[in-house]
Design a protein around this ligand. Sequence first.
Ligand code: SF4
Length: 458
Amino acid sequence: MRTSLFDLFKIGIGPSSSHTMGPMRAARAFVQRLESAGQLEETAEVAAELYGSLALTGIGHGTDRAVLLGLAGERPEETDPETAAARIAAVRHSGRLPLLGRREIPFDEARHLCFHKDLVLPGHPNGMRFSARRADGSLVAREVYYSVGGGFIQREGEKPADQAARPAVPYPFASAAELLETGERASLSVWQLMLENESALNGREAVLEYIRKIWAAMEAAIDRGLSTHGILPGGLNVQRRAPRLMARVRDGNRNDLFRGMDSVNAFAMAVNEENAAGGRVVTAPTNGAAGVIPAVMRYYRENFSGPSETHPERAIERFFLTAAAVGVLFKENASISGAEVGCQGEVGVAASMAAAGLVAAFEGSNAEIENAAEIAMEHHLGMTCDPIAGLVQIPCIERNALGAVKAINACRLAMQGEGAHKVSLDQVIKTMYETGLDMQARYKETSLAGLAVNAVEC
Ligand code: SF4
């Protein structure tokens, strides 16, 4: 197990983990490496080149702004989304960039930030090349980075950070079958086994504290989204709908049979409207899919976690640890990058994680967890990524609501089943990955096909 719950759930800013958070982290990593090598002072010019999906949908996904902030030394988890626009405007207006926040250099965006829309670097569809030069034009350093989904980055020639050597964990697993076998042998639930592994990596208290922190950030995103009205940025004139949906739930007939589903829709869309507006969200496992997991957990909390429950926080822990175990399986055996496998790897994976987590919240068995995760992904197979105008808005926002409802239904089907099922989680993970690799590149976060070309922009 190379991936941790801390890697899958990262607090950051919208609208995209692969196109905003990843590039920001890569740009910062590049200038940090200049500093570590003692090369920051001799650097007089820095250029960033974006390739493939980053070039094709980068403007709509905020990649240009993310690179500027990253070169200035900002981290997604600390960047204040309220003031980021002013700092970017200052760079654009002055033509000067504070490299790593301390060395000011000239920065002409037209010359120093290039979008190569017809070129793809060999390692991944989301490629970036950074160069640093001295005042006489000679090269100080040049590095290639890939943003491989969910905010994860990989420097060319180096193992991804999540695959670097880590302490051994007591219950390693490489497949869902191994996870089930290990759980059975040790008489542990998936969440217990995952807690032991995470504790070996980060310490038990730190793990539980981090779960509280990400849940608080998710709840804050829901609440902000439910109380913020207006039009989302980007030019598509998409109206925020979550506050109106929630008002209808609160003011409507309490016996309305659609009430539960309406609230799940509102929670998921609230988060994704915040994400589309560049607000603070948590990758789950990506920004584009950030609404599914919070919506399912909030639905559970509001409907099933009543005052009779002695330790409601235990259900939150079971939920996130189990969702993370499923996320690890997808990250390590397939992909969570829309640019690599389409939206099945983002909203599909989020639904699979949420379905598994919800079974655990209800204290279902490991077999039911595996079954729920499988059902949720099985019915997202083949889903493409075709965001209109390269913005994470249509179909992304509604898609999170649909993913959350599917996750709840997958949990229900699994817990009402008889235990036996024909397709295993491992088989569906393999199928998702192969389907994603077979998918034509234009359906994978390029905005060159699908809804992006057939729906009229207005
Ligand atoms: S369509 Fe899916 S994968 Fe593509 S940007 Fe939207 S949420 Fe992400």
